[in-house]
Design a protein around this ligand. Structure first.
Ligand code: SAM
Length: 232
């Protein structure tokens, strides 16, 4: 699928060619506040709500969907939210190229592309290798939130998290059907309106767990090349 490219002129939009590798997010935001990442921000309604509630944190909202990034910037500007930056970038590439070990105070992934067909499940973003990568980039005590309308995706992620040394469940059960105070994204609202439950996972990196400076082998290194040739 080819995306129609809209030029995004917002001051909240970061272009990868303007960043150093790794990027200096304290300089970008103009403060040393904790950095939170939302992967697959869609049209930005979730991060807009989250960032408004926590001005003492910096948010990086990313998506590979150009129009979504544009809408996210517009929404943030309409709401006068200054503590978010938006990037059109693939998640694994962003981590590998622009972040450093134990950089992130939290990671949010809401309703990731479900790839419901059994033969396509290997395309799901959140798998064991990706969770290990996230663990590496989370600070000790850093939080990981995942939500999905797809039961088997949520169970797969919960099972993997249980097996990875370094993650701790923050809920009474591996999966919950409500998280008090958790903002609703566009896709969450869509599924809830059809009475389809959302499966929530909330874990954190064990505060005593520290990661080696080198990241684990990147999940599907080279993925970006395949992605960019399909998405303009
Ligand atoms: C089903 S939508 C959900 C959007 C939003 N999180 C919500 O709940 O309303 C999944 C989003 O993830 C983005 N996405 C998928 N794979 C991605 C990746 N590897 N890196 C960054 N974004 C990705 C898609 O472009 C899409 O906008």
């Amino acid at each position: 699928m080819t995306q129609r490219m809209i030029e995004i002129k917002s001051a909240l939009f970061l272009r990868e060619e303007d960043l150093s590798s790794p990027a200096d997010f304290s300089a970008i935001f103009g403060n040393p506040n904790p950095l939170v990442l939302e992967i697959g921000c869609g049209i930005g309604d979730f991060v807009t709500q989250l960032a408004a509630e926590a001005p003492e944190r910096n948010y990086l909202a990313i998506d590979i969907y150009n129009k979504g990034c544009s809408k996210t910037c517009k929404k943030l500007e309409q709401e006068n939210i200054a503590n978010v930056r938006v990037m059109r970038i693939e998640a694994r590439y962003l981590l590998d190229r622009f972040l450093t070990t134990e950089n992130l105070a939290a990671v949010y992934i809401n309703c990731p592309d479900p790839w419901p067909k059994k033969r396509h499940r290997k395309r799901r973003l959140v798998n064991r290798s990706f969770l290990q990568t996230l663990l590496h980039y989370l600070k000790p005590g850093g939080e990981f939130y995942f939500s999905s309308d797809v039961a088997d995706y949520a169970h797969e992620v919960a099972d993997q998290l249980e097996q990875i040394d370094g993650f701790e469940n923050r809920l009474a059960t591996p999966i919950a059907f409500d998280l008090t105070g958790y903002p609703r994204s566009k896709y969450m609202r869509r599924f809830l309106a059809k009475d389809q439950p959302i499966h929530f996972i909330h874990q954190r990196k064990d505060p005593r767990h520290s990661s080696a400076p080198a990241p684990p082998p990147a999940a599907q290194r080279g993925f970006r090349a395949a992605w960019s040739s399909n998405h303009g």
